[in-house]
Ligand binder design. Structure first.
Ligand SMILES: [Zn+2]
Ligand SMILES: [Zn+2]
Length: 638
């Protein structure tokens, strides 16, 4: 047999016999690698370790320290879950789909028995048995007819439906472990024993294929890790996340609500609006400083516009429509087309570029009701959008400007972040040359700002490359918020032009960008990031004044008035409750500063100050306290 050349991740090249499996290759490199590898990436595609190498290729081994490795592990855990359910509940069980998801996996199951939490304990025990047996997970391919017959015989109608819907040229693969076989594209671990820690977490209902017209199946959620310690750390983090859940805190702190009358359309309460308004004014000041102008475009626009923008062809399913005087209109899912129309209201010279047009634009997008989640996943939200129109030579500087702006936004909230660059996909529009210029401008900007970044090859939109910003919150979770998207399509579709130095019309280059992403979601993230204990500058109530007796109410009100004159948000607790009780309640409200006022303080024109997280910091003169509060707000101290 011929030898083939394998290029490893470190750049070294190894010659192996054609037909060598990836597991054999790993074992030939080192024992520890063979032990830690879960799957492999061959020429960019993730596959099983049992697969053979048949051509010169680049190979990267994927351990539990990579997302792809973990995904393969969790996907294997979902098959084990199905196998365990089959063992315990017999042949009448029908399986839907069982994918890995962020942080875990699930399986959708059609079964007469209604699962209760105690069942999860039983199923988990059965899964442990299957893991202990260390069954090999074996891949095989079948023709469409064979595969349909195979699953029909087993009475697995959902699988048959899935096979029938596969494209004609799809390779149909099945994975078998012991007595269980599943339809699956893979990849999977070599054997069940590679999973060292797993937990079934919850039950939910899920419509087959997410469609309300279909049958509701029972979904079991779980997670799995390669190490016990990793699972424990993850479960601790989840407890912390539950404590910080923005839906729970949003209610307790009276920030927002979701109501049956508007599923997916958030209601902001007075205290939530304070946060929102503070974020907006911070945003506005910052954008003015960075040379943006602000515009506002309508929420409802004629349907024709959406044909032109391409949303009709690509996004119709997620849009809402309405009629005005018998003409068809759409509710905007994005702000771009409106922004294009504003650009086109007059001629532009190259001297005016770049034009940076920002818009806090309210968009509506239809999401399935099952996907809605507090403020994180809604049907109406406000993007802190901006469109920048520029000369090709300005791309790099503009991108760096956006990155500088984002850096101020994220670091203000103590959020660290990393960037990912997505490059040209296969079916892209625009010339190779333009893509090259655009992508290298993005890359140069990242390099020049010394920003570490990951490249996602081929992951860009078909109309341009982009940079995504992933923020890390205080408990280590990441959230994708910011995006800088280059767009070579929209200026074409809307025939945007500027008059160049040569007196001719040219196409401007355009970017879309958001820093917060969605205001609503960002507020949700901040609630969880701070666990509701907002820094003073965005706290709905900055100072809470607690008079000890009714005699001190007048003094409390006078102080409150003085603080309000200084734009400080103050509340006075006038109730005739014991002071200890008032303090505890203000603590629950997570107010940054409390002033406790008794006869002694009143006589001395002083205040006894309690600071959130520090407790009693002693008595001070009113002026000194005012300086402290104003300084904390001004510096946006965390
Ligand atoms: Zn699978
Ligand atoms: Zn846009």
């Amino acid at each position: 047999m011929a030898n083939i050349k394998i290029t490893l991740k470190d750049g070294s090249v190894k010659e192996v016999v054609q037909g060598t499996t990836l597991a054999e290759l790993a074992a030939s490199l080192s024992r520890s690698l063979a032990k830690s590898t879960l799957a492999a990436k061959v020429d960019g595609k993730v596959i099983d370790l049992a697969r053979q190498l048949d051509h010169d290729a680049t190979v990267e081994f994927l351990g539990a320290d990579t997302q792809e490795g973990l995904d393969a592990l969790r996907h294997s855990a979902s098959h084990i879950l199905a196998q365990a359910v089959q063992h315990l509940y017999g042949d009448k069980v029908q399986f839907g789909i069982g994918p890995w998801i962020a942080n875990g996996f699930y399986y959708d199951i059609d079964i007469e028995h209604t699962f209760v939490p105690e069942d999860l304990v039983k199923i988990e025990a059965e899964m442990e048995k299957i893991i202990k047996q260390d069954l090999p997970i074996v891949r095989q391919e079948m023709s469409r007819e064979e595969a349909i017959r195979f699953f029909e015989e087993k009475g697995q109608h959902y699988k048959v439906e899935l096979i029938r819907d596969l494209p004609a040229d799809a390779v149909i693969s099945l994975y078998t472990q012991g007595d269980f076989t599943d339809l699956c594209a893979g990849p999977h671990l070599p054997s069940t024993g590679r999973i060292k820690a797993l937990k079934l977490q919850s039950l939910a209902g899920a419509y087959w294929r997410g469609n309300e017209k279909n049958k509701m199946l029972q979904r079991i959620y779980g997670t799995a890790f390669e190490k016990k310690a990793d699972l424990e750390a993850y479960l601790t983090m989840l407890e912390e996340a539950a404590r910080r859940d923005h839906r729970k805190l949003g209610k307790e702190l009276d920030l927002f609500s979701m109501q049956e009358e508007g599923p997916g359309f958030p209601f902001f309460h007075a205290k939530g609006m304070v946060i929102r308004n503070e974020l907006e004014s911070f945003w506005r000041k910052l954008h003015t400083k960075f040379g943006y102008e602000e515009i506002k475009t309508p929420i409802i626009l004629n349907e024709e516009l959406w044909h032109k923008s391409g949303h009709w062809d690509h996004y119709k399913e997620n849009m809402y429509f309405t009629k005005i005087d018998d003409a068809d209109y759409a509710v905007k899912p994005m702000n771009c087309p409106g922004g294009m129309l504003v650009y086109k209201t007059r001629h532009h010279s190259y001297r005016e570029l770049p034009i940076r047009a920002a818009e806090l634009g309210l968009v509506h997008r239809h999401e399935l009701s099952g996907a809605l989640h507090g403020l994180m996943r809604v049907r109406s939200f406000t993007q802190d959008d901006a469109h920048i129109f520029m000369l090709p030579s300005q791309i790099k500087d503009e991108i760096m400007g956006v990155m500088d702006l984002f850096d101020i936004v994220y670091s203000t909230f103590g959020l660290s972040y990393r960037a990912e660059l997505s490059t040209k996909p296969e079916n892209s529009m625009g010339s190779e040359e333009v893509w090259e210029v655009a992508t290298s401008a993005l890359q140069q900007a990242l390099d020049e700002r010394k920003m570490p970044y990951k490249i996602n090859p081929g992951d860009g939109a078909f109309y341009g490359p982009k940079i995504d910003f992933h923020l890390k919150d205080s408990i280590g979770r990441t959230w994708q918020c910011g995006t800088i998207q280059l767009d070579m399509l929209m200026p074409e579709r809307f025939d945007l032009t500027y008059i160049g130095e040569d007196g001719q019309r040219h196409r401007p280059v355009m970017i879309h960008r958001v820093a917060f992403g969605s205001m609503e979601r960002f507020i949700g993230i901040l609630i969880e990031h701070y666990a509701g204990a907002f820094p003073a500058w965005i706290a709905p109530v900055q100072v809470k004044i607690l008079p000890i007796t009714d005699r001190n109410i007048a003094y409390a009100k006078r102080l409150a008035g003085q603080l309000r004159e200084l734009d400080v948000r103050v509340e006075v607790d006038e109730r005739s409750e014991k002071i200890g009780y008032k303090i505890r309640e203000a603590q629950m409200e997570k107010v940054p500063f409390m002033l406790v006022l008794g006869d002694k303080e009143e006589e001395a024109e002083a205040v006894a100050v309690r600071v959130r997280g520090k407790g009693d910091v002693g008595t001070m003169q009113v002026a000194a306290f005012q300086d402290m509060v104003l300084e904390t707000i001004k510096t946006k101290a965390q």
